[in-house]
Design a protein around this ligand. Structure first.
Ligand SMILES: [Cu+2]
Length: 334
C-alpha cells in the first residue's frame, strides 16, 4: 500500500508542477475579445487534464523503473497477473465521463462564441492573393486597415476573390476560413484597445506568409473620428481621376502585389513605373506607357516582366475610364 500512496502523492505533485510550468510558458497572446474568454476557459481545463494524464503515465512508469528494477543476481520471472475486472471497468468508465464532460464544455464554449448581437456592426471583408480589404458599407469606405470600436460586436462578412484564405487574429482567438463562392461570417467583440494583425492562416500561394493586415481596436470616439476622416478622404478622392484610380487599386487588391515605395513584392513596384523602361523576360525592353499598362491590366500574360512569375496576376476586366484613372494614379507615384 505504501507504493500506491507515494505514487499517488507524486502524481498530484507532478500534475501541479506540469500545469504551472505550461502556464508559465505563456502559450497564448493577450486576450482581446469577449469570445476569447470561453475559449481560454476551455483551453485551461484541457491543460489541467493534459497535465494530470501526463503525470499519471510518466510518474508510475518512472517510479517502477527505479524502485522495482531487477536486483543483482535475481534471474526469476516477474509475478504473472491475469486480468483485473474492476480496474478495466474503471479505466473505461472514467475516461468516458471525462470525454463527455469535455464535449459538454466544448458545446457550451461554441454557444458562447456564436452568441448573436442583432445590432452588430457589419463590415465586409475581401480576401485575395495576398491582401485583405475592408469595406464599411454604411459609409462607402474601403480600407486596408480594419478599425473596430471597443466592446461592440462586429459581424465580418467575408468573401474570397480567388482561393481559400483564413482570417485569423490570434488575440481574438477565433479563426475562420474564407472560401470562394460563399460568404462566411465571423463575429467578434473586441475588449482590449490595441494594434493587432490579421494573418492568413491557410496556405494560399507564393506570398501567403506576407498576407497580413492591421487590425486596430479604437475607443468609440476614435473610431467615429477615423470613420469620418475616411469618409472625407473617399469623397475627395472620388472627385479626381487619380483619386478614383487609387481607390480602384485598393478595391481590386492590386496593392497586395504591387508596392508603392520601391520594394519588391509579388509584382513589380509602382514607384516611378510610369514612363520607365521595363525589362521583359525575353530580353527586350518596353516603355511603361498607357498602351503597355492597359495591356498589362487586361492581359497580364501578354508581356512577361523580367524576374516575376508570369502567371500570378489575374486579368482584370476594367473599363476604359477605370484604366485611365489607374494610369492617372500611377503617374503620381514618383
Ligand atoms: Cu491567404
Amino acid at each position: 500500500m505504501g507504493h500506491f500512496l507515494i505514487v499517488g502523492i507524486l502524481v498530484i505533485a507532478v500534475s501541479v508542477l506540469t500545469y504551472f510550468g505550461l502556464d508559465a510558458v505563456g502559450l497564448m497572446p493577450v486576450q482581446a475579445s469577449a469570445q476569447a474568454v470561453s475559449i481560454d476557459w476551455l483551453w485551461n481545463w484541457e491543460i489541467v487534464a493534459i497535465s494530470f494524464l501526463f503525470s499519471l503515465i510518466v510518474v508510475p512508469m518512472t517510479y517502477s523503473l527505479i524502485v522495482f528494477r531487477r536486483k543483482k543476481g535475481d534471474t526469476g520471472d516477474g509475478e504473472h497477473i491475469e486480468g483485473n475486472t474492476p480496474l478495466e471497468i474503471a479505466w473505461t468508465v472514467v475516461p468516458l465521463l471525462i470525454v463527455l464532460v469535455f464535449a459538454y464544455m466544448g458545446a457550451y464554449s461554441l454557444g458562447e462564441i456564436r452568441r448573436i448581437d442583432p445590432d452588430a456592426l457589419v463590415i465586409n471583408v475581401k480576401a485575395q492573393q495576398f491582401v485583405w480589404t475592408f469595406e464599411y458599407p454604411e459609409y462607402g469606405i474601403i480600407s486596408k486597415e480594419l478599425h473596430l470600436p471597443l466592446n461592440q460586436q462586429v459581424l465580418l462578412k467575408m468573401q474570397s476573390a480567388d482561393v481559400i484564405h483564413s482570417f485569423w487574429v490570434p488575440e481574438f482567438r477565433i479563426k475562420q476560413d474564407v472560401v470562394p463562392g460563399r460568404v462566411t461570417e465571423y463575429r467578434i467583440t473586441p475588449t482590449l484597445l490595441g494594434d493587432y494583425k490579421v494573418r492568413c492562416a491557410e496556405l494560399c500561394g507564393s506570398s501567403h506568409a506576407y498576407m497580413e493586415g492591421p487590425v486596430i481596436v479604437n475607443t468609440q470616439a476614435e473610431y467615429d473620428t477615423w470613420i469620418s476622416e475616411q469618409a472625407v478622404i473617399a469623397a475627395e478622392a472620388a472627385k479626381t481621376p487619380e483619386g478614383q484610380g487609387e481607390l480602384l487599386t485598393v478595391k481590386n487588391g492590386c496593392i497586395g502585389c504591387h508596392s508603392l515605395d520601391g520594394s519588391k513584392m509579388t509584382g513589380p513596384t509602382w514607384l516611378n513605373l510610369y514612363g520607365s523602361d521595363v525589362k521583359l523576360e525575353d530580353g527586350s525592353t518596353v516603355i511603361a506607357d498607357d498602351a503597355f499598362i492597359t495591356e498589362s491590366i487586361l492581359y497580364p500574360q501578354a508581356k512577361e516582366v523580367a524576374g516575376f512569375a508570369p502567371t500570378v496576376m489575374p486579368p482584370y476586366a476594367l473599363n476604359e475610364t477605370e484604366i485611365a484613372n489607374i494610369i492617372a494614379y500611377l503617374k503620381t507615384l514618383k
